[in-house]
Design a protein around this ligand. Structure first.
Ligand code: PEP
Length: 251
């Protein structure tokens, strides 16, 4: 297996004012200054991107946004484009998070436009996929993921200069305290890597980092990171406190 640098990403969701974001980022910079073998991303709300980018400049921490719109500019009140994110210091953008799919009716077609706009502009998309509890109970996990990947990545061009990150986030495990078992996670990650190989070939599949997300905490991260197809974590709740996020990064 080729070596993929582990990636731990923190999704701050709709938490933290600018001051709170600056304080958290400043604290985190100190806590992870010894890290040189893990890529770290924090995704604050849009309003804090610029101030946080100043704090993490010249550190190992990269900046991510939590969403994007596919047009570059125009009369789209409330939306944020790829050039705007890049000029705010972002390298990554989370796309298709289950909260956006669930509460804002984001479709696979919209996700696909966002993924292509991000990737074409030089941002690294973190595509979130995952099944609901009902879908898992009905044994639809693999067909749901297959559709999310097929539609979400339609017509996407990938190469070594245009990488992709996938985050497998079972909806039933997000913010619930329920974590998928290591066997469940490995089974899905291997399935996703196989899908990527069929779609983009062996080289891309080996290079693509597949993160797990869903109630990752300091006390369960090392067990998950030991699995062969798990290349990191997308962390919600436990990324809000620099101490717990740093413990996860030090898995
Ligand atoms: C998330 O929102 O991406 C997430 C994984 O949340 P939590 O870690 O709180 O389950």
């Amino acid at each position: 297996m080729e070596y993929r640098i582990p990636l731990i990403a923190g999704n701050w969701k709709m938490f933290k004012t600018c001051n709170e974001a600056v304080n958290a980022a400043t604290h985190l910079v100190k806590l992870v200054s010894d890290i040189d073998t893990v890529d770290i991303v924090i995704a604050p709300p849009f309003t804090s991107l610029t101030v946080v980018s100043e704090i993490i400049r010249e550190t190992r921490i990269d900046l991510g946004a939590q969403d994007i719109f596919w047009e570059k500019e125009g009369a789209f009140t409330g939306e944020i484009s790829a050039p705007m994110l890049i000029s705010s210091g972002c390298q990554y953008v989370i796309i298709g998070h289950s909260e956006r799919r669930q509460y804002f009716e984001e479709t696979d077609e919209a996700v696909n436009k966002k993924i292509r706009a991000a990737s074409d502009s030089g941002l690294i998309p973190i595509l979130c996929v995952g099944e609901t509890e009902i879908q898992r109970d009905e044994k639809k996990t693999f067909s749901v993921l297959d559709k999310q990947i097929e539609k979400g990545l339609e017509d996407l061009i990938l190469d070594e200069h245009r990488p992709l990150v996938i985050a497998y986030e079972p909806v039933w495990a997000i913010g619930t305290g329920k974590t998928a078992t290591p066997d469940q996670v490995q089974e899905v990650h291997a399935f996703l890597r196989d899908l990527i190989e069929k779609k983009f070939g062996n080289m891309i599949s080996k290079a693509t980092r597949i993160l797990y997300g869903g109630s990752v905490k300091p006390d369960n991260v090392s067990e998950l990171m030991a699995l062969p197809d798990i290349d990191g974590a997308l962390v919600g709740g436990a990324s809000l406190q620099p101490d717990s996020f740093s413990k996860i990064i030090h898995f």
